[in-house]
Design a protein around this ligand. Structure first.
Ligand SMILES: [Mg+2]
Length: 355
C-alpha cells in the first residue's frame, strides 16, 4: 500500500511504494561470510549499488578486522563524490558486513561485540499512524500495538491544516490513556512559525517528542524551538554523515538524536556519533532498520527508543522478540540476520568482486 507522510501532503514527494535494499556479502579466505545492508526510499538504490560495485574491490586481500582503516580506504576510493549521501550509504553496506563478520568470528552478537549497556531497549510502533490512515485505523493500530507489547506509538502530523493533526493526536491520547507514550512526526513540513504554534498546541498531550518539525538542515530553527518548548525535539534521520549531525548537536538543535546507520556510512560512523551524542547529554532514537539498530541502541548509556518497522521482515528469517514495551537484543553472532528465500526472487545478483 502506498505510504504517505507530510511530505506527500505538501506535494514534495509521491507516496512511497517500495524500499530499495543494497546487500553486501564479504567472504573470507576461510569461508566465513559477513552480511551487511543499506537501503534507500523512493530514489537512490541504483546509485548506491553502482558506487558499491566500484569501491568494493579495495577490500579484496585486506584484513577484515581493520574496519576503521577499511572505512577510510573505501571513502577515499570514491572521494570525488564526497563523504555523505549515496556514496557513504553504499559504503555502509560494506562496513556493516565487516562488523557482522567480526561478530561471527568472535562468536558475539554485534551488541556484545561493541559493548552493551542493555539486553533490551524500549520500542514503539512507528507505522500505526501514517497520514493515509483514517483516525479509526490509527486507533485500531494503537490497540494492536499495546496488545503486541510495544511501548509507544508515533503518528504523523504536518498536514496543511494543523487542526486535523491536533484532532488526531487528541483522539489518540484519549484512546490510549494518559500514561502511554506518544510521539509525533512532522517530516520537516512546518516552517518556523507553524512549528512553534503547533508545538505549543501539542504541549498538553505530553508527547515523548516532536520529530522533524522543521527542515532537517535548519539547525538554528530547531535550536530555537527546542529552547522554547517543554516537549523534546527529535531529528536526524535525513542526515547522511556524522558531520551533519554534529552541526545539530553543536547548535543544541535537538534533545533526541535520530541517526540512521545505513544513511551515515554504517556502524563505524554510527558509533562515532553515539560518542558525540552522549557527551552532549542527548537521548537516542535511531531511524528505521530496527534489525540493525536494536544492537546499536543497546550500546547507548541512556535508555534509547527503537522504532518498530515490520517492513523489512520479509527479507530475513529472524524475528525480533518484543515483551513489556521492549525489544530483546538478539544473541546470535554478528548482526544475526540471514536472508529469506523470498529475497532471491527480488535480487539482482552481482559477483564482480571475486579475486
Ligand atoms: Mg521520521
Amino acid at each position: 500500500m502506498p505510504i504517505s507522510d507530510a511530505k506527500v501532503l505538501t506535494g514534495r514527494q509521491k507516496p512511497m511504494t517500495e524500499v530499495a535494499m543494497l546487500f553486501a556479502e564479504v567472504t573470507t579466505e576461510h569461508g566465513l561470510v559477513g552480511l551487511g545492508f543499506s537501503y534507500s526510499k523512493r530514489a537512490g538504490g541504483p546509485a548506491q549499488f553502482a558506487h558499491a560495485r566500484e569501491v568494493a574491490p579495495v577490500l579484496v586481500g585486506e584484513d577484515p578486522n581493520d574496519i576503521a582503516r577499511l572505512w577510510t580506504k573505501l571513502v577515499w576510493a570514491g572521494a570525488s563524490v564526497g563523504r555523505s549521501g549515496a556514496a557513504t550509504q553504499a559504503i555502509a553496506a560494506l562496513d556493516n558486513a565487516l562488523w557482522d563478520l567480526k561478530g561471527k568470528r568472535a562468536g558475539l552478537s554485534l551488541s556484545k561485540l561493541l559493548g552493551a549497556h542493555h539486553d533490551s531497549v524500549r520500542c514503539y510502533n512507528t507505522s500505526g499512524g501514517f497520514l493515509h490512515t483514517p483516525i479509526g485505523g490509527v486507533l485500531d493500530n494503537a490497540t494492536r500495538s499495546i496488545e503486541a507489547g510495544l511501548g509507544g506509538i508515533k503518528i504523523k502530523v504536518g498536514q496543511p491544516d494543523g487542526a486535523l493533526d491536533l484532532a488526531r493526536v487528541k483522539a489518540l491520547r484519549e484512546h490510549v490513556g494518559d500514561d502511554f507514550p506518544i510521539m509525533v512526526d512532522a517530516n520537516q513540513q512546518w516552517d518556523r512559525a507553524t512549528a512553534i504554534r503547533m508545538g505549543r498546541a501539542l504541549e498538553e498531550f505530553d508527547l515523548v517528542w516532536i520529530e522533524e518539525p522543521l527542515d532537517a538542515y535548519d539547525a538554528v530553527g530547531h535550536a530555537d524551538l527546542a529552547a522554547r518548548l517543554d516537549t523534546p525535539i527529535a531529528s536526524g534521520e535525513m542526515l547522511t554523515s556524522v558531520r551533519e549531525h554534529k552541526e545539530l548537536i553543536d547548535a543544541r538543535s535537538v534533545d533526541i538524536v535520530q541517526p540512521d546507520a545505513p544513511r551515515i556510512g554504517g556502524i563505524t560512523q554510527f558509533m562515532r556519533l553515539l560518542a558525540l551524542a552522549d557527551e552532549a547529554g542527548l537521548d537516542l532514537a535511531p531511524h528505521f532498520a530496527m534489525e540493525l539498530h536494536v544492537h546499536l541502541a543497546s550500546t547507548y548509556p541512556r535508555q534509547p527508543w527503537v522504532e518498530h518497522f515490520e517492513w523489512l521482515e520479509p527479507l530475513f528469517n529472524e524475528r525480533i522478540q518484543i515483551a513489556d514495551g521492549r525489544m530483546i537484543v538478539p544473541s546470535a553472532a554478528g548482526i544475526g540476520l540471514t536472508l529469506s528465500d523470498r529475497v532471491t526472487g527480488w535480487t539482482v545478483a552481482d559477483d564482480l568482486v571475486t579475486e
